[in-house]
Design a protein around this ligand. Structure first.
Ligand code: SAM
Ligand code: DTB
Ligand code: SF4
Length: 333
């Protein structure tokens, strides 16, 4: 298979793995699992390339949902300050800075339960058109969307819609009760029907066990077609949220989850997402070996910190990886 400039190949029709097969992968000796995932990775992607997305919170806080991990839920008292929807000009200025800093995809996040038709949604459509016209890929994460809203996003030229399943179905109602797991699947179906690429993943460290992680990956792997982009987040604990005191998930579970996602969803970009600030470079290197080929760059995720662009550029250079568009760094110092 010939990779394109970004190192991606057309998504193959992967043989679907069932829950038992995915559980069995999870329980393999770590280095055996990583070896297999690295082999799958090399068969489907150019392993030198890491895609770099940059996030911006375009509407912050005051969300009606009660997601137990989230700094932006109105149900929790957190340090996050509420901010209304930004202006298109401010957002496009941030997109330009992201592009100049080396990002190739710009992801705009809004703390909404669901999209409501009206001037705010119209403004987001303008933002998408502006981002695309800069030569960046566009992504938004706006909560639930209906079929008509998904079509309008597609017509505006949106490349990716992010909507995470977050955790296994059996653990879902321990994390959020203001919507259901099936609500999430329904939005993903609307996004797909409108012809956009799907970005869907989850979070580790929400008190789930390994079988529930396997349950999450099984759901993602059995979406038809499979998601093009799969973010694997580690919980960033936020003061004031019900999950602020969760035990930190061991780094090897991140590596395992990346590896299982890579094997089960071979054509996707697997993104090592939130939580890199707390991960050593060694642990991140294992994740890249296991098939992670995308990261968020920039000092901030939505409301929490992320490693600096210069430290990421230096890490990628040390590992001999190329961040698409990232500034060049001398390796090895
Ligand atoms: N409101 C929209 C939604 O929930 O889909 C979009 C924004 S929401 C902040 C996007 C995603 O960020 C969530 O689905 C979750 O996976 C992730 N996320 C939020 N807070 C997080 C945290 N503290 N640690 C790790 N991931 C988090
Ligand atoms: C995803 O899976 N992770 C991103 C993005 N998709 C929207 C968000 C991470 C948020 C981390 C917590 C915060 O910064 O508020
Ligand atoms: Fe946070 Fe999104 Fe849940 Fe709202 S819906 S509380 S923004 S994760």
């Amino acid at each position: 298979m010939t990779p394109n400039a970004l190192g991606a190949v057309a998504s193959p029709q992967a043989a679907r793995l069932d829950r038992a097969a995915i559980q069995a992968l999870y329980n393999r000796p770590l280095l055996e699992l990583v070896f297999e995932a690295a082999t799958v990775h090399r068969a489907h992607h150019d392993p030198q390339y890491v895609q770099c997305s940059q996030l911006l919170s375009i509407k912050t806080g005051g969300c009606q949902e009660n997601c137990g991990y989230c700094s932006q839920s109105a149900h929790h008292k957190t340090p996050v300050k509420r901010e209304p929807l930004m202006s298109t000009e401010e957002v496009l200025a941030a997109a330009k800075r992201a592009k100049d800093g080396g990002a190739d995809r710009f992801c705009m996040g809004a703390a909404w339960r669901e999209v409501k038709d009206g001037p705010d949604f119209d403004r987001v459509l303008d933002m998408i058109e502006g981002v695309n016209s800069m030569g960046l890929e566009s992504c938004v994460t706006l909560g639930m969307v209906n079929e008509d809203q998904a079509s309008r996003l597609a017509d505006a030229g949106l490349d990716y819609y992010n909507h995470n399943l977050d955790t296994g179905r059996s653990h879902y109602d321990k994390i959020v009760t203001t919507r259901t797991f099936d609500d999430r699947l329904n939005t993903l179906g609307n996004v797909r029907k409108a012809g956009m690429s799907v970005c869907a993943g989850g979070i580790l460290g929400l008190g789930e066990d390994r079988d529930q992680r396997a349950e999450l990956i099984t759901e993602l792997a059995n979406l038809e077609p499979q998601p093009e982009s799969v973010p694997i987040n580690a919980l960033v604990p936020v003061e004031g949220t019900p999950l602020s005191e969760q035990q930190v998930v061991d780094w090897t579970e991140m590596v395992r989850t990346v590896a299982v996602a890579r094997i089960a969803i071979p054509g996707a970009r697997v993104r090592l997402s939130a939580g890199r600030q707390e991960m050593s470079e060694e642990a991140q290197a294992m994740c890249f070996l296991a098939g992670a080929n995308s990261i968020f760059v920039g000092d901030e995720l939505l409301t929490t910190p992320n490693p600096s662009q210069s430290s990421d550029a230096a890490m990628l250079a040390k590992l001999g990886l190329k961040g698409v568009g990232m500034p060049k760094q001398a390796p090895g110092k």
